[in-house]
Design a protein around this ligand. Sequence first.
Ligand code: E4P
Length: 224
Amino acid sequence: MLYILDTADRKAIKHCNEFYPLWGVTTNPSIIAKEKEDFWTLLEDIREIIGPDKALFVQTVQKTSDKIVAEAKLLRDRLGNNFYVKIPISEEGLKATMLLKKLGIGVLVTAIFTPAQALVAAKAGADFVAPYVNRLDNILGDGINVVAEIVKQFENFSLDTKVLAASFKSAEQIHKCAVAGCHAATVSADVMKMIIGHPMTDASVAGFEKDWKAVYGDKTILDF
Ligand code: E4P
């Protein structure tokens, strides 16, 4: 499972990049607009925070294939090779995907809500497809099952495209995607923290501390 952070907030990125095994950072137009900042300053800062080796995903705001390709080339040139353009699925988006793959630019086809959409995107050469789990769950669409069916299809046809599940609100959704064989998940800093937290962990650690202190006081292993 590749863990990817779904934010453009520098503070959250700095924090999670230091404390979690992050594979990269994803953004979309809403996430970037939320920061209300100069586009290039923000994106170049994010690249600097995560370094050249981690993946950075930026979504095109164009509608036609030629302009999507132009935007992707510009983004790749300014943000480095470890870059993926996010393209919402559409006819123009699929054409752009096929053109970009010939140019060696990474592509994530996004705003996926059905396994059939994902299969066409994979056949067009997408490196990743992004099904939106929580947005499906919100309308009783069973996001986890959609992810599981996409994974199964890619196995059936031996496709290299990876499933990068998106739109999460709970640790349970991510866990179920992982069990379904999903390759990657993009999550907020809050959900990342939910994944590693557990009240029984806190209670166990508190017990260890109490027992240790009863015998050794404030000494640590470094003090022996
Ligand atoms: C992926 O990058 C998506 O744009 C994102 O995860 C959507 O999440 P939301 O449904 O919480 O807006």
